[in-house]
Design a protein around this ligand. Structure first.
Ligand SMILES: *Cc1c(COP(=O)(O)O)cnc(C)c1O
Length: 357
């Protein structure tokens, strides 16, 4: 894939690393973006890195009406020796293709896209912060941009990649979060789009999120859409519980988003010979285990926060306090190991680090 590069003539003022540490996640963007067009019969073409700026699209573009739009989220880091690396970008591109397949969006060439994203990151290298817990968040997305008001797959698409320098996802850092177990709304059902990172999944989750926030909770824990019993995931994170020393996470069932952090957590735990189970776990089982004092820790896992300890779960009238509001040992150890691999301060035993330069 040939990539044309047009550099900005008006570079923005890059926030300092200290500023990046305090700005809200995903609110500042770098100087450039990557775009690739798709047209039926022609395929993906016209890859270009251009100055970051507004898109001009037809108001009849079908993604605006029927939501044919998917995205990804991944990160690049500046290491202490000045190298630039990305974490498991091949996994993100593979998942992007799975989301595309579900939403009738044409497949991308995964390896070519990793190289194109690496090029964009290199162009905006100066924007990568280097303080601990900071990184460059990478947001690829594909939108259907054919202009028609009809419900069928678009014949044309625009792939975009934008970059955002970020600090810690939660201002409190690794401090435990309060989670609200959702009883009324569902996120995904069997046969639906739960496993895909498609825009509509998040729009339909907003109402629940807003209601939970009103009650002082930072995120929602979703239960399965059929019985409202089995634990699925949290907001934009997969969820783990340490029960009797075994790390338990819901098995992938089609309605749960297959997180790359989730996968990495499982692989790291196995490497440590810690017992880990991917299985169905109901909220009743968790509440009972908690009552019996067998739940040592709970945490979320996702690209944005990496590991996010859970200090409280509220399920109807049942309030479960976990780890005494402190960061559990497993959560802390996983956070240190995974962020260590990501920033090359720990050995990349699994070959997860992709060197940009
Ligand atoms: C992105 C996302 C995750 C986490 O996936 P990662 O690849 O670890 O970032 C989990 N759940 C949902 C709903 C998500 O959108």
């Amino acid at each position: 894939m040939e990539i044309r590069i047009e550099r900005t003539k008006q570079p923005k003022k890059r926030p300092t690393d200290q500023e990046i540490g305090s700005i809200v996640f995903g609110t500042r963007f770098t100087d450039h973006m990557l775009q690739v067009d798709y047209l039926k019969g022609k395929g993906w073409h016209n890859a270009r890195i251009v100055p970051y700026g507004p898109l001009s699209i037809d108001p009849a573009s079908c993604c605006l009406h029927y939501g044919q739009l998917i995205f990804e989220g991944m990160k690049a880091y500046k290491t202490s020796d000045g190298s630039v690396v990305m974490f498991r970008p091949d996994q993100n591109m593979a998942r992007m293709n799975k989301s595309c397949e579900r939403m009738c969006i044409p497949q991308i060439d995964e390896a070519e896209m990793v190289r194109a994203i690496a090029k964009l990151v290199e162009v905006d290298e100066e924007w990568i912060p280097s303080l601990p817990a900071t990184s460059l968040y990478i947001r690829p997305f594909i939108m259907a941009d054919e202009a028609f008001l009809g419900v069928h797959p678009s014949d044309s698409y625009l792939l975009n990649v934008i970059l955002s320098p970020v600090g810690a996802y939660y201002k409190e850092g690794l401090a435990p979060v309060r989670i609200y177990v959702e009883k009324n709304y569902v996120r995904a059902v069997r046969g639906g789009t739960g496993f895909a990172k498609c825009a509509g999944n998040y729009a339909s989750a907003l109402k629940s999120q807003v209601e939970a926030e009103k009650e002082g909770y930072s995120q929602v824990l979703w239960l399965d859409g059929l019985e409202g019993r089995y634990i699925e995931e949290v907001g934009a994170m997969n969820v783990f519980f340490v029960i009797d020393g075994t790390v338990v996470t819901p098995e992938l069932n089609g309605s749960i988003l297959p997180g790359i952090t989730r996968k990495s957590v499982i692989e790291v735990l196995k490497g440590w010979n810690m017992p880990v189970e991917e299985r169905r776990i109901s909220i009743d089982e968790l509440a009972q285990a908690h009552k019996d004092g067998r739940v040592g820790e709970a945490f979320g896992a996702g690209t944005a926060a990496v590991i996010s300890p859970i200090g409280e779960l509220k399920w109807g009238d049942t309030v479960m306090h976990i780890s005494g509001g402190k960061i559990g040992a497993v959560s802390q150890r996983l956070y240190d190991e995974i962020t260590g691999i990501q920033t090359c301060t720990r050995e990349d035993r699994f070959g997860w680090v992709y060197k940009v330069k």
